[in-house]
Design a protein around this ligand. Structure first.
Ligand SMILES: C[S@@+](CC[C@H](N)C(=O)[O-])C[C@H]1O[C@@H](n2cnc3c(N)ncnc32)[C@H](O)[C@@H]1O
Length: 251
């Protein structure tokens, strides 16, 4: 089903890591849109406008927390994700929270299958760094949006990824972009491969420009407290470069 090697590896990782990931993130994540580690929330940033009655598509929805938070505020939400395990969690979470959200196992590369549906808002939280073909994705996002529709996405800040939190030294080159694959040994001794794409800020901005979407704002938020995403982030580095960057675009 997945022609691209990157997409295949990424799906395998998220199917395998889903249990652990969902245990680690807090259920507070279902009360409001949380844009990413130390990355603030919709209540403070107000990027989406009025939510009630809006048709919202979430890309890379994971356990569905963002869509569920928006559905609680009256939005009509659809969430897609490549990982069947993450989608299973999303369906369970929606049932538990008593909201109706349509969750679908669908990769970024195939969101054109959602046509002829149209959305007022497309949102993605910390997922597009796993997208193989962002040019195609943004072109399809534009097609799926209504006129003046909003597209907001957060990803890991490209600067944050360069620095080793152990000694605060720059270990990677900003110019070394593309697919990164990291071998990981889990406590049960199984081997897994974590893959994602590194892109420069200019690459991301140019992808937005090429798609025909209008870039309205770039936000580099920093909330000192983060109870949602849990551990895994070293304070010393977070204090210097917060891990989240957000892009707001409009059709
Ligand atoms: C870091 S998680 C974020 C999940 C969720 N947005 C959240 O805030 O918890 C990244 C998600 O992107 C999904 N993903 C990765 N590659 C994808 C692809 N090609 N198509 C759709 N979803 C993808 C993963 O399965 C995973 O659920």
């Amino acid at each position: 089903m997945y022609k691209e090697k990157g997409e295949e590896i990424i799906k395998e990782w998220w199917d395998a890591a889903s249990n652990y990931y969902q245990k680690e993130i807090s259920s507070d994540k279902m009360a409001d849109v949380q844009y990413g580690p130390f990355g603030s929330n919709e209540r403070k940033l107000k990027l989406l406008g009025k939510i009630k009655g809006k048709k919202i598509l979430e890309l890379g929805c994971g356990g569905g927390q963002t869509s569920i938070a928006l559905a609680k505020k009256g939005a009509i939400c659809t969430g897609i994700d490549i990982s069947y395990k993450q989608i299973e969690f999303a369906r369970k979470n929606a049932k538990k929270e008593g909201v109706a959200v349509e969750f679908m196992e669908l990769p970024f590369s195939k969101i054109n299958r959602l046509r002829p549906k149209k959305f007022d808002v497309v949102i993605s939280v910390m997922a597009i760094q796993y997208c193989t073909d962002t040019n195609l994705l943004l072109k399809n996002v534009k097609d799926l949006l209504v006129k003046n529709g909003i597209f907001v996405f957060s990803i890991e800040h490209p600067f944050y990824l360069l620095i080793d939190p152990n000694d605060m030294k720059i270990k990677e080159s900003y110019f070394d972009v593309g697919l990164k694959i990291k071998k990981d040994k889990w406590p049960d001794k199984s081997i897994h491969y974590f893959a994602y794409y590194e892109r420069k800020i200019s690459d991301i901005v140019n992808i937005i420009i090429n798609s025909g979407l209008k870039l309205e704002r770039i936000i580099e938020p920093f909330d000192r407290q983060d109870k949602i995403w849990g551990m895994g982030y070293r304070r010393a580095l977070v204090n210097k470069i917060a891990p989240t960057i957000i892009f707001k675009c409009r059709k």
